[in-house]
Design a protein around this ligand. Structure first.
Ligand SMILES: *Cc1c(COP(=O)(O)O)cnc(C)c1O
Length: 367
C-alpha cells in the first residue's frame, strides 16, 4: 500500500478516501470478476443496474431519506439544477423566492429566471446585509408561503459560510437547497426539504454526477412541455435511465457511500468534521491577527475555511510553501484570494494538524 504523504485541500473536485481510490484501482480492469471495467460496461447491464441500485439505497440509508422522496443521479452539475428546479417546480406559479448568501446562491439567483415566467424574488441578500460575513437568518427571509419554493445554499463554498442552524420549513414554501459542498457532512432532516441537490465533486465523488433528492408530490408540477432530458419526472419514470447516466462517477460515489457507512455514517463523521473545523478556526483565532477570518462565529463553515494574512504577498508565499510541504490546493477562490482549506469528509484530522503546524511555523518566520 502506498500512502501519499500529501493532503489535498481543494474545494472541488476534491479529496476522496484513499481506500476508495484503491478499490477503484483494483477493480479498474475487471469489476467483480465479470471481465470488464465499470467504465466500459452498458448502463443497462445487470452489473451497472446493481451499482446504481446500491448507491441509491446506501445514500437513502446514510441520510435517512423517507420513502416519499425520490433520488436521481443526474448530469450538468449543481449549475444545471439552478434552472431545472425552476423549470420543473415553478410551472404555473407567479413567484420563486431566492436567498442570496454567497457566491453560489448569487449565481443561482441570476440564472433561475431564465426560461421562466415566474418572478425570482430576492428574499434576502447576505452581501448587502453583512458583506458576506454572516448568513441571512430565516426570520428575515421575505418569503411567501404561496411561492413555488424558496431556494437557498446551505454551505457557501467560496465565502466559507454555512447555515449552522438549518432553517425550518414552518411558514415557508417548499425549501429547495443547494447542498453541494456539505451533503453527508452532518445529519439533516430530509423531510424539511422539498428538493435537495448536490454536485458530487465536493463531498461525494468525482465530477459528473449530481444528486437530486425530491419529494414525490412535487413531481406533479413537472409539465410535459419540459424536454425529457430536463424533466425530473421523465428521469424518475425510467428509473434514472432516461439517457446514459454518468456511470463511472456513480460507481465511485457508491464506493464513497460504503466507506462512509464503514466509518459510522453521517453521525460519526459529523463529530470528526466539527473537531477538524474547530482545530483550524482555533489556530486562526489564536494567531494575534496574523491569520484573519471575518465570518461570524455562528456562520463559520465547517467544510470550507477561508483565511488570509495581512498581506497579499504573504498569502502567495503561504500557498507556495504549504504546497512544497505537501499541503496542496490552499489558494482561495479566484475573486477572493487568500487561502481556503476545504475539510470535506475524506480529509483526515492529521491533514488539519499538519496545516495548523505549518501555519505556526510560517507565522514564526514571517509574522
Ligand atoms: C461547486 C458548487 C456549485 C457548482 O457546481 P457545478 O457542478 O460546477 O455546476 C454550485 N453550488 C455550490 C454550493 C458549489 O459548491
Amino acid at each position: 500500500m502506498i500512502t501519499l504523504n500529501k493532503y489535498n485541500f481543494s474545494a472541488g473536485p476534491a479529496i476522496l478516501p484513499e481506500a476508495v481510490l484503491q478499490t477503484a484501482q483494483a477493480e479498474m480492469l475487471d469489476y467483480n470478476g465479470i471481465g470488464s471495467s465499470v467504465m466500459t460496461m452498458s448502463h443497462r447491464s445487470d452489473a451497472f443496474i446493481s451499482i446504481l441500485y446500491h448507491a441509491e439505497q446506501d445514500l437513502r440509508q446514510l441520510l435517512h431519506i423517507p420513502d416519499n422522496y425520490k433520488i436521481l443521479f443526474m448530469q450538468g452539475g449543481a449549475s444545471a439544477q439552478f434552472n431545472m428546479v425552476v423549470m420543473n417546480l415553478a410551472n404555473g406559479f407567479k413567484r420563486v423566492d431566492s436567498v442570496v448568501s454567497g457566491n453560489w446562491s448569487r449565481i443561482a439567483h441570476s440564472q433561475m429566471g431564465k426560461l421562466s415566467n415566474a418572478q425570482i424574488h430576492l428574499a434576502a441578500h447576505g452581501g448587502d446585509l453583512y458583506n458576506y460575513t454572516d448568513v441571512p437568518s430565516p426570520e428575515n427571509w421575505d418569503v411567501d408561503p404561496n411561492s413555488a419554493f424558496v431556494h437557498y445554499c446551505i454551505n457557501e463554498t467560496v465565502h466559507g459560510l454555512q447555515y449552522r442552524n438549518i432553517p425550518k420549513p414552518e411558514g415557508m414554501p417548499p425549501i429547495v437547497c443547494d447542498m453541494s459542498s456539505e451533503i453527508l457532512s452532518r445529519p439533516i432532516n430530509v423531510a424539511d426539504f422539498g428538493v435537495i441537490y448536490a454536485g458530487a465533486q465536493k463531498n461525494i465523488g468525482p465530477s459528473g454526477a449530481t444528486i437530486v433528492i425530491i419529494r414525490e408530490d412535487l413531481l406533479e408540477r413537472c409539465s410535459d412541455r419540459i424536454p425529457d432530458v430536463w424533466n425530473y419526472q421523465s428521469h424518475i419514470s425510467r428509473q434514472g435511465m432516461y439517457n446514459t447516466p454518468a456511470t463511472y462517477p456513480i460507481y465511485i460515489s457508491g464506493l464513497v457511500f460504503r466507506w462512509l457507512q464503514a466509518h459510522g455514517g453521517v453521525e460519526q463523521i459529523q463529530a470528526l468534521n466539527t473537531m477538524k473545523a474547530e482545530t483550524l478556526y482555533a489556530a486562526i483565532d489564536s494567531s494575534n491577527g496574523f491569520y484573519i477570518n471575518h465570518v461570524k462565529q455562528q456562520a463559520r463553515s465547517h467544510m470550507n475555511v477561508i483565511f488570509h494574512t495581512p498581506e497579499k504577498e504573504l498569502d502567495k508565499m503561504f500557498v507556495q510553501q504549504a504546497n512544497a510541504h505537501g499541503l496542496c490546493a490552499l489558494q482561495g477562490y479566484k475573486s477572493i484570494g487568500g487561502m481556503r482549506a476545504s475539510l470535506y469528509n475524506a480529509m483526515p484530522i492529521q491533514g488539519v494538524e499538519a496545516l495548523v503546524n505549518f501555519m505556526r511555523e510560517f507565522q514564526r518566520r514571517y509574522g
